[in-house]
Write a protein that binds this ligand. Structure first.
Ligand code: PFF
Length: 453
């Protein structure tokens, strides 16, 4: 990182290398969303058709919207709230800032619970707890674990680790960890995919994942795929915008946006290739929901020689992938508290983590003490599912819609062009992205919302 004076702000630390930019944004994008959420959403929503739609949304909405967030973040070097003040936008746009901060808090809460599960499975694997456990056994293990007290302990521990990293600042914490562990995660996934593909019913799993059955295309599938695209790309809540506020002027925004989207999608698809052959070979139901991956993965590792070593390695890197994502969620809230509420970084981190702790424990208890507790709206789910569904399928797309309107219609075209092309004159590419932000993104998201209602 280096310090730089910016168009609108004072000195701000900036990412120094292209690898730093890619590793941190991919570090935010790649996480439980790819390896835990994508397979279970695809499983619940019929496989192939869901995946095709998900990829279509990444291309049609994802790439223009990441570009928009990058352009806004780098133009102002501010977070999701300060950006509107720096650009002297109408005060009503502050609502988008508040929405981003709220979404970040809610996601951080339920995400930390699942990240805590990865810690349990990591230590379990180190101790050989899942070796030779049958399919039913793995089901029982997960059920007993999530209804007990240990998820609460792991959630607290995970959030404390977040505090320790974010309170030391972006530079030392995020850039270094991401540079090393994201490539390792990628390598491990490839190794496990190869193993999965050698399972007896691998073909059935691949057919499920890749062969779209368009008769299963219903409104919930469409909104689920759109929500998954937003969640997986960390989009619609100002996360990419906040990271782009640390970009220097040399970063090619469109290229970085495309690289982030491509790598993120690749990892999600590979996670599908890893999970579904095993789901079909071991006789699991693809519709198992949030527990899917935690029951299926140990079964895959049991098929491999040295299974518990692979398992420990995998759950550890999954834990790190979660950490690079939660750090980016925390950064949204911390930048808001520092820039808008004038807090010191350390206090801002403490407040963020304290709120996440309270909300996170509510989510962790959804599977035990709070079983049967129903929240109002969106189908009366528990805290965990309410936070999960409400953010991915409602708040993030809504945030994305407003961001596209702001970047496409409110933001001065010259500022927008300068971010994309380096000069105030438009290019074919900046015209295309501008068109997409003005018309396609808002209209498509609005139509999907309306149809779903
Ligand atoms: N994109 C992350 C994942 O797929 O795991 C989740 C995420 C990170 C969502 C950061 C939102 C965010 F701000």
């Amino acid at each position: 990182m280096s310090k730089s004076n910016t168009e609108t702000g004072g000195p701000r630390p900036l990412f120094t290398t292209r690898l730093g930019v890619i590793a941190t944004t991919v570090g935010s994008a790649v996480g439980l969303g790819n390896i835990w959420r994508f397979p279970y959403e695809a499983g619940v929503h019929g496989g192939g058709a869901f995946m095709m739609l998900y990829i279509a949304f990444i291309i049609i909405l994802g790439i223009p919207l990441i570009t928009a967030e990058y352009a806004l973040g780098r133009a102002t070097h501010r977070g999701i709230f300060g950006v509107f003040r720096a650009l002297k936008a109408h005060r009503a746009w502050n609502a988008l800032g508040y929405m981003g901060v709220l979404s970040a808090m809610l996601i951080l809460s339920f995400y930390s619970v699942v990240a805590g599960w990865t810690l349990e499975y990591f230590f379990g694997a180190v101790g050989g707890a899942y070796t030779d456990v049958s399919r039913e056994g793995l089901h029982t293990v997960f059920g007993e674990f999530t209804s007990g007290w240990r998820p609460l302990m792991w959630t607290v521990l995970f959030l404390v680790v977040n505090y320790l990293i974010i309170s030391r600042g972006v530079a030392r914490g995020i850039e270094r960890i991401s540079n090393v562990l994201m490539p390792l995660l990628f390598a491990l996934i490839i190794i496990f995919c190869v193993n999965s593909l050698m399972l007896p019913d691998a073909a059935a799993g691949l057919t499920f994942l890749f062969k779209p059955d368009f008769s299963s295309l219903t409104a919930p599938v469409v909104i689920g795929a759109m929500g998954q695209a937003f969640f997986s790309l960390s989009l619609g809540l100002g996360c990419m915008l906040t990271y782009a506020s640390y970009f220097n002027e040399r970063t090619d925004i469109v290229k970085s946006a495309t690289t982030t989207a491509a790598l993120d999608t690749l990892i999600a698809v590979l996670a599908g290739v890893l999970i579904f052959p095993a789901v079909f070979s071991f006789g699991y139901s693809p519709e198992a929901g949030p527990k899917l991956v935690f029951e299926v993965l140990p079964a895959i590792f049991n098929e491999m020689t040295g299974g518990s070593v692979w398992a420990s390695l995998f759950f550890f890197t999954l834990f790190i992938a979660s950490l690079t994502s939660t750090i980016s969620m925390c950064e949204i809230v911390v930048v808001f508290l520092c820039e808008e509420k004038k807090m010191k970084r350390r206090s801002a981190c403490a407040v963020t983590i304290a709120v996440a702790l309270v909300l996170g424990l509510l989510c962790a208890m959804s599977f035990g003490y709070f079983t049967g507790v129903e929240l109002p709206l969106i189908g009366h789910p528990d805290f965990f599912s309410w936070f999960d569904y409400g953010t991915s399928n409602i708040l993030l797309p809504l945030g994305g819609m407003l961001t596209s309107v702001f970047a496409g219609r409110v933001l001065d075209r010259k500022v927008f062009n300068r971010q994309i092309t380096g000069s105030e004159r438009p290019s074919a590419l900046s015209r295309l992205i501008g068109f997409s932000l003005r018309y396609i993104c808002p209209a498509l998201i609005a139509v999907i919302f309306i149809v779903n209602l």
